[in-house]
Design a protein around this ligand. Structure first.
Ligand code: C5P
Length: 222
């Protein structure tokens, strides 16, 4: 069977990570959550007390940072320089700074190289903002997931509640809109649908339905 590259992009909370992880599991592929990579680096920036606008220092740090994505019982474990940061990278503080850190062009160069290396042998599902446009413009299957912003905020609210954070829905809508705007308007690797991507609106879809749609497209190619 051919081992393809599946790129899944979309705005915050559109369901891409859960879908990508489950599709990878079904196909026996590796799953790369590139958002988790940018989040891990942002956590390091915060912990070192570095100005998130300091591109040259952040780039230097990125060159000397080891980020590993491991799977245990179907769950993603993010290891930053040997330490498990899976929970910390989802904190509101990291979420509020990750777009600023990840907009630096030189940093993106380093991250994109790492991501290409991870997906080089195919058999990969990678999700993010620029996978189908920049990281793997020749990906075999490109998906662009969207959903109504209120629905996305509701999903985020549920995730945060499970982590012990109670956040109002209106606040989350505002945060998501701001982050999407920042991610869509940056110069390098903006959040953007690739011309040849298949768009899926997940507002009224269950996770199972989203996975089913992507798998069906994948099976047509392998
Ligand atoms: O996917 P997630 O919401 O965890 O991504 C967090 C942030 O990481 C995004 O808002 C974006 O700023 C950045 N990101 C990126 N490029 C990617 C994946 C994520 O710039 N490929």
């Amino acid at each position: 069977m051919k081992k393809i590259i599946i790129a899944i992009d979309g705005p915050a909370g559109s369901g891409k990570s859960t879908t990508a992880r489950l599709v990878a599991q079904k196909l026996g592929y590796i799953y790369i959550d590139t958002g988790a990579m940018y989040r891990a680096l942002t956590l390091k920036v915060i912990e070192l007390g570095i100005n998130p606008n300091d591109e040259s220092l952040i780039t230097k740090i990125a060159e000397n940072t080891k980020i590993e994505l491991l799977y245990e019982n179907g769950n993603l474990k993010v290891i930053l320089d040997g330490k498990d940061v899976s929970e910390k990278i989802r904190s509101p503080e990291v979420t509020s700074l990750v777009s600023i850190v990840s907009a630096h062009p030189k940093l993106r160069d380093i991250m994109v190289k790492k991501q290409r290396e991870l997906g080089r042998n195919g058999g990969v599902v990678m999700d993010g903002r620029d996978i189908g446009t920049v990281v793997f413009p020749d990906a075999d299957l490109k998906i662009f997931m969207t959903a109504d912003v209120r629905e996305r905020a509701k999903r985020r609210q549920k995730e945060l509640k499970a982590q012990g954070f109670d956040v109002e829905i209106e606040k989350l809508i505002k945060e998501i809109e701001e982050r999407d705007k920042f991610d869509s308007t940056r110069e390098i690797g903006p959040l953007k649908k690739a011309d040849d991507a298949i768009e899926i609106d997940t507002t009224n879809l269950t996770i199972d339905e989203q996975v089913e749609i992507v798998l069906k497209k994948a099976y047509e190619l392998i």
